[in-house]
Design a protein around this ligand. Structure first.
Ligand SMILES: [Zn+2]
Length: 308
């Protein structure tokens, strides 16, 4: 039996796991599987465009949204149809970036003493830590210091529920299958920019897969992704320029069968970076990602078998 034909036998319905559509207005939503459940979870933490009332940024909404992974949730919208949940954040990463550790708080943004642990954080130093100091470049995101209570409130209302929801999706899937494959979905600008980790103007591949240098996913899984995408004619790099961040790292343990990768798509493939509009390549890319998701579902089922 081919891996693809094994999928329908995996589970009869996703809802048997207690997994249902969920919405926390302004914060997140989960689209539950609409097909037999497979051991795959997708999340799109940076595609949210809703600006919370209490954000009060010093820059325009367009400037707030310039760092968003616009359209990425739609590019992976086939996930529920292949049996995998899709978790989406609704708010901008510059307001609160769930792909950061709580210890990546930039304490210079806070009025008073930040009473929680922090670490030496390259992302916070560049202005793109847990809350963004800059709006892409050197424009300040806020024209005020945040009170400790305001910053704590962002964490409690946005970071915590997103992480709890992702963790529940991963744990539930793992408990049923004994393995889980997590695709943490992002997009990247065509070239490096003023506050990126690679130098401004650096060329980038079509796709970058980050596995934190082999610590968040097994090598076979990463090779499967790389070769599947290369067969579609895409250029694929591993860990360069992005090795992965908090969401790929936090809940992964490849030795135990919990695999996470950060999946970065080059925006030149599907959108105009100035207008944020979809370009002519959009539907072709979405078709590739849909085929990839189906192939991934078959791979994952083949690796771990059907649900326990
Ligand atoms: Zn992103």
């Amino acid at each position: 039996m081919s891996a693809a034909s094994a999928i329908p036998a995996a589970r009869s319905a996703g809802t048997m796991f207690g997994l249902e559509d969920q919405t926390l207005p302004g914060v997140l939503s989960v689209e539950a599987p609409r097909a037999p459940f497979v051991p795959v979870v997708f999340d799109s933490p940076h595609s949210g465009l809703d600006i919370p009332d209490d954000f009060r940024p010093a820059v325009s909404a367009e400037r707030v949204r310039v760092s968003a992974d616009t359209h990425v949730d739609d590019l992976f919208s086939a996930a529920p149809d292949i049996g995998a949940p899709l978790l989406k954040a609704h708010f901008p990463r510059s307001f609160l970036d769930v792909n950061r550790s709580l210890r990546d708080m930039d304490v210079t943004m806070v009025d008073g003493v930040w009473p929680h642990p922090v670490r030496e954080s390259p992302t916070a130093r560049r202005g793109m830590g847990l809350m963004w100091r800059y709006a892409w470049g050197n424009e300040l995101m806020h024209d005020r210091l945040l009170s400790v209570a305001e910053a704590e409130d962002r964490i409690a209302r946005y970071w915590v529920p997103y992480h709890q929801t992702l963790r529940t999706l991963l744990d539930t899937t793992y408990a049923r299958f004994g393995g889980v494959y997590h695709i943490n979905c992002h997009s990247m600008t065509a070239v490096g920019h003023a506050i990126s980790s690679d130098p401004a103007g650096s060329g980038r591949p079509d796709i970058c897969i980050g596995d934190l240098y082999g610590t968040s996913a097994g090598p076979d899984f990463v090779a499967f992704i790389r070769e599947t995408l290369r067969a579609e004619g895409l250029s694929v790099a591993i860990n360069k320029p992005f090795r992965g961040a908090e969401l790929a790292e936090a809940y992964a343990n490849p030795v135990l069968g919990r695999h996470s990768v950060q999946f970065e798509i080059n925006r030149r493939l599907y959108m105009d970076e100035e207008t944020r509009e979809r370009t002519a390549g959009y539907s072709a890319l979405k078709a590739i990602l849909t085929r990839f998701s189906r192939t991934l579902a078959a791979y994952a089922v083949q690796q771990v078998g059907v649900a326990k």
